[in-house]
Design a protein. Structure first.
Length: 162
C-alpha cells in the first residue's frame, strides 16, 4: 500500500451473508469518494405542465432534495428571489413568459445571476441549445430525460456552483 492513495483490494467470493475485510474497506472507500457529489439542494422547478412538476418533485424529493414548484415564469422568478434555491430547472415552452425570457431575467438579477439553470425542452434542437446558451442556461436537456442522467447533471451543476 505504500505510495498508493487507495488500498489494493483483492476481490474474492464471500460465503453468503459474510463480507471480507477488504470488500468492506473497498465499499467504504467507494462511499467516501462518491459522498461529496451527493449534495442535497433546494431546487426550484418552473414548468407549466403539472404532471411534469409532480413527477420531478417526487423524484427529487426521493433523492433527498427540497423542491419548490412554480407553474409559470413570473411566479418562478418571484420564488427564486424569495426562496434562494441552489438550482433552477426551467421549461422552455410556457405561456406568458418563455423559459428563455425567465432565464434572461435570472441572469440580469444581481442576486440570482450565479444560479445554475437547467433548461428542459421537448423540442430539443440545435436552435433550442443555442438560444439556451445565449440566454445564460447552464445546461439544456431534452425531455423526457433519463433520471440517472438528470441526477448526474444536477450533481455536476451543484458541484460547479460550490
Amino acid at each position: 500500500m505504500e505510495g498508493s492513495a487507495l488500498p489494493c483490494v483483492k476481490f474474492t467470493r464471500c460465503p453468503e451473508g459474510q463480507q471480507s475485510a477488504d470488500a468492506q474497506l473497498f465499499t467504504l472507500v467507494i462511499f467516501v469518494r462518491i459522498l461529496p457529489s451527493l449534495r442535497v439542494a433546494r431546487i426550484l422547478i418552473i414548468d407549466d405542465n403539472v404532471s411534469v412538476l409532480q413527477t420531478l418533485d417526487s423524484y427529487l424529493r426521493n433523492e433527498g432534495h427540497t423542491v419548490i414548484q412554480a407553474e409559470s415564469g413570473p411566479l418562478g422568478l418571484r420564488l427564486a428571489a424569495e426562496q434562494r434555491p441552489d438550482l433552477v430547472m426551467l421549461d422552455v415552452e410556457m405561456p406568458r413568459m418563455s423559459g428563455f425570457a425567465a432565464c434572461e431575467a435570472i441572469r440580469n438579477d444581481p442576486a440570482l445571476r450565479t444560479l445554475p439553470v437547467l433548461m428542459m425542452t421537448a423540442r430539443f434542437t440545435q436552435d433550442a441549445v443555442t438560444r439556451g446558451e445565449t440566454c445564460g442556461a447552464s445546461v439544456v436537456m431534452e425531455k423526457p430525460f433519463k433520471f440517472d442522467q438528470l441526477s448526474a447533471t444536477i450533481a455536476t451543476l451543484l458541484a460547479a456552483a460550490g
